[in-house]
Design a protein around this ligand. Structure first.
Ligand code: SAH
Length: 252
């Protein structure tokens, strides 16, 4: 029988755990249990302090991501650390923002662990591309606007793009960008060049599920001309679905 996801970790086992968008209440039950009962937590920059505070006092905490300007560990080093800790018999939680497999390099870590025959499990988390629009009151699918949606990385807009922007715009009425803050003007330019109207609504949801959460609404034209600016971490939603927004958190 399948072991339940929230059963205690064995010595030498690694859990790749999604921490959700930030708020403790948006952790899964399994994530909560494993975080509070492990020997070591290897965490990324976007994991909130409130979530780390759930760990046992004696649990070792290892930062693997950029925080306060410090350089982040390379992916190879992170994989090597996870493998070394597991081989020491530690019960390891590898904690990542959102979901481990959505723009989170969880796949690379899983393959590295599997190649060393290390026992591991994967605990999905609520990905920010879904949580941020929901918290801002934007339904990512709505029968009035879209039957499909795309999740993308904003990094593709500046570098050599692997994306066919025209095909993208033609196929997906709603686009949800991760890592889109820095390149927002380039993203807007790519989209309007590909035929999307400059009046298409854009929502920028910053730090969803934290005390700093904010949502700004504008258009592709405003994003292109830098009137609308995004600050990382932010999810950028492009499409008419933004007009379906009800700001339920600030409804008096
Ligand atoms: N695995 C993560 C994504 C990691 S990539 C997930 O599933 O959510 C990092 C990007 O995620 C950030 O650049 C930002 O676009 C987004 N992100 C993560 N946490 C966020 C939050 N609390 N609010 C808004 N965007 C967030």
């Amino acid at each position: 029988m399948l072991k339940s996801l929230d059963s205690p970790l064995e010595a030498g086992e690694v859990a790749l755990v999604g921490a959700g968008p930030g708020d403790v209440s948006l952790l899964t039950f399994a994530a909560h249990k494993l975080i509070s009962d492990c020997d070591v937590i290897v965490y990324d920059a976007l994991v909130s302090d409130d979530i780390l505070a759930l760990a046992h006092d004696k649990a070792e905490r290892i930062s693997a991501g950029k925080r306060g300007g410090r350089a982040s560990a390379s992916q190879e080093d992170i994989c090597a650390t996870l493998i070394a800790l597991a081989k020491q018999g530690k019960r390891v939680v590898r904690l990542k923002g959102g979901d481990p497999f959505v723009f989170g390099r969880g796949g690379e870590e899983m393959r590295a662990l599997a190649a060393e025959n290390i026992t591991f499990r994967v605990i999905p988390g609520i990905t920010s591309g879904v949580a941020a629009p929901a918290l801002a009151g934007i339904p990512v699918t709505d029968r009035t606007t879209n039957a499909t949606l795309a999740f993308l990385t904003g990094h593709e807009a500046s570098e050599k793009s692997r994306m066919d922007w025209q095909a993208l715009v033609a196929a997906f009425p709603v686009l949800v960008f991760y890592m889109g803050a820095k390149n927002l003007p380039q993203i807007a330019m790519r989209l309007t060049d590909a035929g999307l109207s400059a009046n298409t609504p854009v929502a920028i949801i910053h730090a969803a599920g934290t005390q700093d959460e904010s949502c700004e609404i504008g258009t592709l034209q405003e994003a292109k001309s830098k009137q609308l600016i995004a600050q990382s971490p932010a999810i950028v939603v492009v499409g008419d679905v933004v007009d379906c927004r009800i700001d339920w958190q600030n409804k008096s």
